[in-house]
Design a protein around this ligand. Structure first.
Ligand SMILES: NC(=O)c1ccc[n+]([C@@H]2O[C@H](COP(=O)([O-])OP(=O)(O)OC[C@H]3O[C@@H](n4cnc5c(N)ncnc54)[C@H](OP(=O)(O)O)[C@@H]3O)[C@@H](O)[C@H]2O)c1
Length: 246
């Protein structure tokens, strides 16, 4: 993927990985559109980066997703890249009746939104120079942590869907990338933390972005970064072992 001269819509650019990607892509001479629910964050970023296009939206709502794509294309008709980055991470107790609204919120943010948004931009991306869709999955797509069961399942589904999307879009010329981050020090999971100043911990956002950029530039369509790589390698090795006599 060329790293300059694109018009890129990044979901969830108000913090963490999305914000880091937006800053990095802006610095490389791309047009960047970000979205998020927190308008104060969008306004702050717009003041800091006047060229940045900001759109407030709540990705859990279909109408908001449709409006996001409509507005992004209206303001930036050269849109050629979608980065499905926004996500939330909740815990879940499977020994009791599930909190249905939390379940729906997590699945709609992490899974339904990327699938829906991608389908909405295919027509726009087709025929643009070097079009692409970048999905941010997780090392937890390959090996779940049981106390975040829905989060891990949503990321496993993103990995599976990315494979199918890549296959189906082959004919359209739209490249599909999947980047699986390890633990990265962002605000992820802030809703479930009592101490609001506590961050996620892990690799710094800048270090992660450097690795992600290298993979994108080298046209590596599926990459697991840092510890996420060993989670993928171990799963693949286990699969080989389990199926050795098949
Ligand atoms: N950090 C890690 O360790 C890690 C590891 C593996 C994968 N990931 C993945 O990386 C991606 C980015 O996460 P992050 O770590 O950067 O977390 P973050 O700092 O919490 O950022 C999440 C972003 O998603 C946006 N968002 C969440 N719900 C939304 C909604 N309903 N509508 C619109 N925007 C929404 C947030 O914006 P608003 O709050 O303003 O809406 C925020 O900009 C996620 O997909 C996450 O699963 C992260």
């Amino acid at each position: 993927m060329k790293l300059t001269g694109n018009t890129i819509l990044i979901t969830g650019g108000t913090s963490g990985i999305g914000k880091g990607l937006a800053q990095h892509f802006l610095g490389l001479g791309n047009t960047v559109i970000i979205c998020g629910r927190r308008n104060d964050r969008l306004e702050e970023l717009k003041a800091q980066y006047p060229d940045l296009v900001t759109i407030q939206c709540d990705l859990t709502a279909a109408a908001s997703r449709e409006n996001l794509v409509r507005q992004a294309i209206h303001e930036c008709p050269d849109l050629n890249i979608l980065v499905n980055n926004a996500g939330i991470q909740l815990t879940g107790d499977l020994t009791n009746p599930i909190d249905l609204s939390a379940l729906e919120r997590e699945i709609s943010t992490n899974l339904i939104a990327p699938i829906h948004l991608s389908s909405l931009v295919v027509e726009q991306l087709r025929g643009r120079p070097e079009p692409g869709i970048v999905n941010i999955s997780s090392g937890l797509a390959y090996t779940p942590i049981a106390f975040m069961p829905v989060y891990c399942a949503s990321k496993a589904a993103i990995h599976s869907w990315s494979l199918s999307l890549r296959k189906q879009l082959e004919r359209t010329g739209i490249s599909v990338y999947e980047i699986a981050p390890p633990s990265v020090d962002t605000e992820l999971g802030h809703e479930r933390r009592k101490d609001k100043d506590q961050t996620h911990g892990g690799m710094s956002v800048n270090e992660f972005i450097d690795e992600a950029m290298k993979a994108l530039e080298s046209n590596i369509f599926q990459v697991a970064i840092g510890q996420a790589a060993s989670m993928l390698d171990q799963r693949d090795a286990l699969f080989e072992r389990l199926n050795a006599n098949f």
